[in-house]
Design a protein around this ligand. Structure first.
Ligand SMILES: [Zn+2]
Ligand SMILES: [Zn+2]
Length: 386
């Protein structure tokens, strides 16, 4: 009997995208979820089969080995041991491996795992964008947001009960949130935890429902959130503010706020990690005669001496005038530099006088680089490009 391919198990084509595979797995897994099919051996088998298929197809490396060599290709490589019934010996392994797939929406039931005790609801995450300029990034900043979100019901303080009452222990499950059922499985009779139908796994029931939140414990509301942004962040970084997202039903665990950092482009500096590059354009005379020039920094201008005979391509560093580093804990340290990159402007239109001045200088031996200078410039290019 020909074995079904992993693609057939999930009902996707061989060129399905990662996203399609994930969706297909979720569909098959939800359909055959043991909580929905208590004691159904066929569903359990399909549930495990789908997990095995997904475990391989979601991993580009395993997937390509599977495409080339079939199941042989993924056996014994952190994949599946001894043929037959896959590597997930215990359904709980599947939940711990792919629990996040069943998540989303902060519900209960197919909410990510087997109930081992009363369920607590999980509030959803929120995402905000914050736009920063380089000065904000230099010093760190605090931004205030007014956020629309689920908040704890003020009338019942989140427990969902009217008249100041408290939820009661569920008489069906005695507060456990689940009941035990005997189920037939390929390993024989198994004891399965099934979420309590009466309390939906919470372990408590409500006699009189709070009219304001209809027993949910949360209502639509607003919150003012102050978000502290550490110095040194970069475009695309995401900061997490724990527990300030949507409130969860019945005083469950609140979600987080994800803060996406956007960086305004500066018209003075180019950012290179923690360094700032400043392009200084000298005139021919400044480069030849030398000068003192004001260079902008994020903390105000500084004066810089340009030596006579400064070549284009010269780089100077203003130590510690760049941006700090930030680590994963939001701790900022050290600082990068401002790198001054020197170019020289060659005039495009000359007046008669300027033209004759250049004509006069044209054949002067000092206008041409000596071999020694040529070598010096060549060497500095070499170090720049290597
Ligand atoms: Zn309420
Ligand atoms: Zn119950």
């Amino acid at each position: 009997m020909a074995e079904k391919s992993y693609y057939d198990i999930l009902g996707v084509s061989k060129d399905a995208s990662a996203e399609e595979i994930k969706k297909a797995y979720k569909r098959v897994a939800m359909k055959n979820h043991p909580d929905r099919n208590p004691g159904n051996k066929e569903a359990e088998e399909k549930f495990k089969e789908a997990a095995e298929a997904y475990d391989v197809l979601r991993d580009p490396d395993k997937r390509s080995r599977y495409d080339q060599f079939g199941k042989q290709g993924v056996n014994g490589q952190g994949g599946f041991g001894g043929g037959g019934f896959g590597g997930f010996q215990d359904i709980n392994d599947i939940f711990s491996a792919f629990g996040d797939i069943f998540g989303g929406g902060g519900g209960f039931g197919f909410g990510g795992g087997r109930s081992r005790g009363p369920q607590r609801y999980q509030g959803g995450d929120l995402r905000v964008k914050v736009r920063l300029n380089l000065k904000d990034i230099l010093n760190g900043t605090t931004k205030k947001f007014k956020i629309k979100k689920k908040i704890t019901c003020p009338d019942c303080h989140g427990n969902g009960c009217a008249n100041g009452e408290s939820p009661k222990t569920c008489p069906d499950c005695h507060g456990q949130g689940f009941t035990i059922k005997q189920a037939q499985s390929i390993f024989g009779i198994m004891q399965q935890q099934v979420p309590c139908q009466r309390c939906h796994g919470e372990g408590t029931i409500i006699d009189h429902v709070c009219p304001k939140c209809k027993g949910e414990g949360v209502i639509n509301g607003e919150d003012i959130v102050e978000i502290k942004i550490p110095a040194g962040v970069q475009e695309g970084m995401v900061l997490t503010v724990p527990n300030r997202g949507h409130a969860a039903r019945h005083n469950g665990i609140p979600g987080d706020i994800q803060v996406l950092i956007e960086e305004e482009q500066s018209d003075v500096f180019i950012r290179d990690a923690n360094d700032l590059i400043y392009n200084l354009l000298l005139t021919v005379s400044q480069a030849s005669l030398g000068d003192t020039i004001e260079i902008p920094t994020l903390e105000g201008p500084v004066r810089v001496n340009i030596k006579p005979g400064t070549q284009p391509g010269t780089r100077m560093r203003l130590k510690g005038k760049g941006l700090p580093q930030v680590n994963g804990n939001g701790y900022s340290y050290g600082k990068g530099d401002i790198i001054i990159n020197i170019s020289v402007y060659i005039p495009e239109n000359l007046s008669k006088e300027e033209n004759s001045a250049f004509q006069n200088m044209k054949d002067s031996p000092n206008m041409m680089a000596s071999d020694k200078v040529k070598k010096k410039i060549f060497d500095s290019f070499r170090t720049y490009f290597q």
